[in-house]
Design a protein around this ligand. Structure first.
Ligand code: RTP
Ligand code: MG
Length: 140
């Protein structure tokens, strides 16, 4: 499998509870390298642009409000099969369905406030990385 990069977001429910380090450790333990990282506060409009694919979903307003409700930590993770590996470490969207040991099983509060985002495909990863980072900010 090839080396990939994927975009991760540590969501406001997790930054508020001071879980940034514990979540980053999960990525590193899984063999993913954090090649870019920054803590930012999104506006609801920026969150809406990022999650535009969900614009027609009933939870869109709730989702964008939540993503703008506190700081997020956006990171680029690099490694063998990084996109799938990160999704595995994250666990299922709904923490009730997430496998034991995954980030969402351990830390998520609900299906909405579920601690992390991860890109779900190579084209999405490239788009999402470019949404937050310039090439100069990626240090492999
Ligand atoms: P993400 O995009 O954040 O990595 O999460 P995902 O792929 O596991 O789930 P997705 O279906 O893409 O949903 C994006 C985010 O929207 C919120 N959500 N709320 N209230 C609800 O029923 C509901 N469903 C989804 C979650 O924050 C989810 O991660
Ligand atoms: Mg998704």
């Amino acid at each position: 499998m090839a080396t990939e990069r994927t975009l991760s977001i540590i969501k406001p429910d997790a930054t508020k509870r001071n879980l940034t380090g514990k979540i980053a450790a999960k990525f590193e333990e899984a063999g993913l390298r954090i090649v870019a990282s920054k803590r930012i506060l999104l506006t609801k409009e920026q969150a809406g642009k990022f999650y535009a694919v969900h614009a027609e979903r009933p939870f869109f307003g709730e989702l964008t409000e939540f993503m703008a409700s506190g700081p997020v930590v956006v990171q680029v993770l690099e490694g063998e099969g990084a996109i799938a590996k990160n999704r595995e470490v994250m666990g299922a969207t709904n923490p009730a369905d997430a496998a034991p040991g995954t980030i969402r099983a351990e830390f998520a509060e609900s299906v909405g406030e579920n601690s992390v985002h991860g890109s779900d495909a190579p084209d999405a990863a490239a788009e999402e990385i470019a949404f937050f980072f310039s090439g100069l900010e990626l240090v492999g």
